[in-house]
Design a protein around this ligand. Structure first.
Ligand code: FES
Length: 109
């Protein structure tokens, strides 16, 4: 078992300390869903295929995230509420190097 500590601010502005496993092949969108930090049906709409942007987050503290892939980049180019620090939660696979990550969930499209 391996866990990291991250902070996730929900759409109401409440920040949650979350312990996320790095050995269960979960992405950040799935972590947000498993902790019920966004209303069901408003996150992970495409199932994590980088095709809906409902999992968009703003990165507040970046411990060194993997660079964005082409699909993520293309989806964010079309999404609403995008900022310079936007990422798709479903494309952020939980790993040990993400200890200390802080994100805020973007508004639902
Ligand atoms: S869940 Fe659809 S883009 Fe991430």
């Amino acid at each position: 078992m391996s866990d990291i500590n991250i902070k996730i601010t929900d759409r109401e502005g409440i920040t949650h300390d979350v312990v996320a496993p790095t050995d269960m092949s979960m992405n950040l969108m799935e972590i947000i869903r498993s902790y019920e930090l966004a209303e069901e049906g408003t996150i992970g709409v495409c199932g994590g295929m980088a095709m809906c942007a409902s999992c968009q987050v703003y990165v507040i503290t970046d411990p060194g995230l993997e660079p964005m892939g082409d699909e993520e980049d293309a989806m964010l180019a079309e999404a609403y509420h995008v900022k310079d620090n936007s990422r798709l939660g479903c494309q952020l696979h939980m790993m040990d190097s993400m200890e200390g990550l802080e994100v805020a969930i973007a508004p639902y499209p």
